[in-house]
Design a protein around this ligand. Sequence first.
Ligand SMILES: *[C@@H]1O[C@H](CO)[C@@H](O)[C@H](O)[C@H]1NC(C)=O
Ligand SMILES: *[C@@H]1O[C@H](CO)[C@@H](O)[C@H](O)[C@H]1NC(C)=O
Ligand SMILES: *[C@@H]1O[C@H](CO)[C@@H](O)[C@H](O)[C@H]1NC(C)=O
Ligand SMILES: *[C@@H]1O[C@H](CO)[C@@H](O)[C@H](O)[C@H]1NC(C)=O
Ligand SMILES: *[C@@H]1O[C@H](CO)[C@@H](O)[C@H](O)[C@H]1NC(C)=O
Length: 318
Amino acid sequence: MHLPRHVPLALVALLAAAPSAHAIQDWLYTPSLPSALPYLQNTTTATQLHGVQVLYAWDVLEPARNCYNFSSITTDLQTLASINPALSLWIQLQDRTFTPTHNPVPPYLRGNAAFSNGSVPACDGSNCTGNFEVDGWVASQWNAALRGRFQALLRALADELDGKVYGINLPETSIEIDESKNGFSNVSYFRGTLENAAFARSVFARTRVVQYINFWPDAYADKQVMGEAFSFMEKHDVGVGGPDDIPYHETQEENSYPFMREYKGRLPLQVIAVQEPDLSQLNPTTGKPFTRGDFTRFAEELGCEIIFWATSTPWLNG
Ligand SMILES: *[C@@H]1O[C@H](CO)[C@@H](O)[C@H](O)[C@H]1NC(C)=O
Ligand SMILES: *[C@@H]1O[C@H](CO)[C@@H](O)[C@H](O)[C@H]1NC(C)=O
Ligand SMILES: *[C@@H]1O[C@H](CO)[C@@H](O)[C@H](O)[C@H]1NC(C)=O
Ligand SMILES: *[C@@H]1O[C@H](CO)[C@@H](O)[C@H](O)[C@H]1NC(C)=O
Ligand SMILES: *[C@@H]1O[C@H](CO)[C@@H](O)[C@H](O)[C@H]1NC(C)=O
């Protein structure tokens, strides 16, 4: 996750204690399938799960230009089928990373001026403005030629995997980069992100398509920009989700959370993840980490039908 830190992290509202109205689907979230296997093979936890969301990076799926290799995904599909055919696979397609050593775009795009260098360094620290530390990479999606290559990947994925994977999501919109370089434009990034989401929806007929939306660069708490993004997703029949379920979190409440509530029932699907950093956030009413019930009630309040849980979540670990 990346939460902008220029507004203090604070939890402001009290948790609603309404009982859950319908059963939300619980899925696992994992960077790679092997670390989730113990939970998928354990009958106590597996019977509560619908499937697993796994991250796949662009450079792994397209090692050379137009040379696609989806064996990382098809191998995971086979593994899941052999463990329990009732479990589904969800793909998160990574065009950004939170690891400085992993540049997620294929080598032919890197440093290539025609693609605005393919990707640019990203900061995920608490003082990116004063002290820009490279914590990962973001694909230059503001560049139309780069998007052409990304959309070619989406088409190839749909040709091979439509209907075989339950869902696919494009990652969070929040980025912190040096905006003075690589031809960056916040408007082109915004429009390009929407274009990619609509394209993904147009090529997948059976696999569910979701765009994660949390923050937009240079549009913090901008209701017009966020509203335009949600209205675009409704119009193009794209689901919406977010990487972070943090009940009533202040910065999220100033950005995507109110729109998730407003669009509840109007989008084809809404999902949310409880990733590792969310598990360490404290519930202001108890002073303790949020419980499974807290996370679930809040996800339902936002209109979500699926939660992707980090494997370190306490209820999965006895
Ligand atoms: C495809 O990728 C897998 C690893 O994910 C690798 O083992 C395999 O050799 C690759 N196939 C080709 C044809 O390069
Ligand atoms: C951010 O980093 C700059 C440069 O190192 C430093 O001068 C400034 O005090 C830092 N700000 C905070 C809030 O840590
Ligand atoms: C690519 O990166 C190099 C080195 O940071 C920079 O000098 C150059 O301006 C970038 N090219 C483009 C097209 O943005
Ligand atoms: C882009 O940045 C400008 C200047 O900060 C801002 O006014 C505008 O709303 C932003 N637009 C988008 C789509 O982010
Ligand atoms: C299965 O999961 C439950 C709940 O987390 C745990 O208590 C139990 O030890 C696990 N069983 C095995 C064999 O790992």
